[in-house]
Write a protein that binds this ligand. Structure first.
Ligand code: PMP
Length: 395
């Protein structure tokens, strides 16, 4: 069969994280590896009521083919949500996608020619790396500090790579680091994009899940020339299984996305779109998000206090103000994939950080997820990781 596959099919290997997740699915494993929301918070009863209303009121339409752009009442609700955080947009500037992951894939399809340069944070979201790799992207990583991508480094990168197509950034509670791009850097990023004539792809799935500190306007808020393409999702504030995300950009850019989406899947699930619009009509989704934030805040605080208590003092880590992840940096000499095997033997798991660096080379980091485990399991799991770390580091 080897001569039958496209060259493109060879550009990505099955995601290492997915392979890891398979092993960690055993019930005895305390897993901080995935990026799953807390399922006990899914508003199942309210969703049942909304589904019932959709089937009663629009049963046939909800099961029929529909337009590629998406269900207008849902797009209107998305515009209202964006307006509340500082993005003013017309309905025509919003395309509903099958999760924001599809928006990432379509972004690659729309902008990346073979060998094109994508500028990204170092590290960055693994499934975006893999999506862009399929289109044969080259990655230039820009260093971060606790306040996100460093703008002086970004400017140097833009000078060295004038051919770059876009900057891919996750400004709020980044996956994998949990770090947030500081306010003045958001504005600066747009100024630099204008100056060096590149686009910005702002991937912002976590912005609404802020449980500490002050809310910051998205990068798109500072867009002066229609250069920022904003991606977001219902996955972290509602239900990821419904696969509902969106792209917001200029109408010109959205028209291009629409043409590509049409050949990808015609349109996003009509029933899921109507259901979500109905849920928002019948319920206060912001009140629901508040509940999510309360739970994640507590779990994050538990995990942070466990780091203090059980991990060696030499270990550095992020202190997220929202989202799902804590990033841990170990001494340079430690390989987190070796630690991973040892931890798994003790029935506890995390994701080694190496795959989040598109050009490789960094082995001493790991990502911890706190959204998917109750507090007692977090404490027990962190104790076990701490024991392995104490052993490894004191050897
Ligand atoms: N972007 C980032 C940074 C993510 O962490 C995720 C989910 N893990 C996605 C996009 C995709 O989310 P979805 O397709 O569920 O909207």
């Amino acid at each position: 069969m080897d001569d039958k596959y496209s060259t493109r099919a060879g550009y990505v290997k099955p995601s290492e994280t997915r392979e890891i997740l398979k092993v960690t699915e055993r019930p005895e494993v305390i897993s901080f590896a995935g990026g799953l929301p807390a399922p006990e918070l899914f508003p199942v009863d309210a969703i049942r009521a909304a589904a019932d209303a959709v089937l009663t009121e629009m049963g046939q339409a909800s099961l029929q083919y529909s337009t590629t752009e998406g269900y207008t009442p849902l797009r209107t609700a998305i515009c209202e949500r964006m307006s509340a955080i500082g993005i003013q947009s017309k309905v025509e500037q919003v395309l509903v996608t099958s999760g924001s992951q599809q928006a990432i894939d379509l972004t690659g399809k729309l902008f990346i020619n073979e060998g094109d340069t994508v500028i990204c944070e170092s590290p960055t979201y693994l499934a975006a790396i893999n999506a862009f790799k399929v289109y044969d992207a080259r990655f230039v990583e820009v260093a971060m500090d606790d306040d996100g991508m460093i703008m002086e480094e970004l400017e140097k990168t833009l000078q060295a790579h004038p051919e770059a197509k876009f900057i891919y950034t996750i400004p709020d509670f980044q996956n994998p680091t949990g770090r947030t791009l500081k306010l003045d850097r958001r504005q600066r990023m747009v100024e630099l994009a204008n100056k060096y004539n590149v686009l910005i792809v702002e991937d912002n799935p976590y912005g609404a899940v802020r449980f500490a500190g002050e809310s910051l306007p998205p990068v798109k808020h500072f867009d002066t020339e229609g250069r920022v393409i904003y991606l977001s999702t219902f996955s972290k504030i509602f239900a990821p299984g419904l696969r509902l995300g969106w792209v917001c950009a200029s109408e010109e850019i959205i028209d291009k996305y629409v043409a590509l989406k049409q050949s990808a899947d015609l349109h996003t699930d009509s029933f899921a779109q109507m259901l979500t619009a109905k849920y928002m009509e019948q319920n206060d989704i912001n009140a629901h998000v508040e509940k999510i934030k309360d739970v994640y805040k507590e779990r994050c605080e538990t995990m942070l206090s466990c780091i203090k208590e059980y991990f060696p003092a030499s270990i550095k880590h992020s202190v997220p103000e929202g989202g799902l992840f804590i990033w841990v940096e170990l001494p340079d000499t430690v390989d987190s994939s070796v630690l991973f095997v040892e931890c798994l033997n003790n029935n506890v798991a995390f994701v080694p950080g190496a795959p989040f660096f598109p050009n490789g080379g960094v082995k001493n980091t790991l990502r911890l997820n706190y959204s998917n485990m109750p507090n007692e399991r977090i404490v027990e799991g962190m104790k076990r990781i701490g024991e392995v770390l104490q052993r490894e580091l004191n050897d």
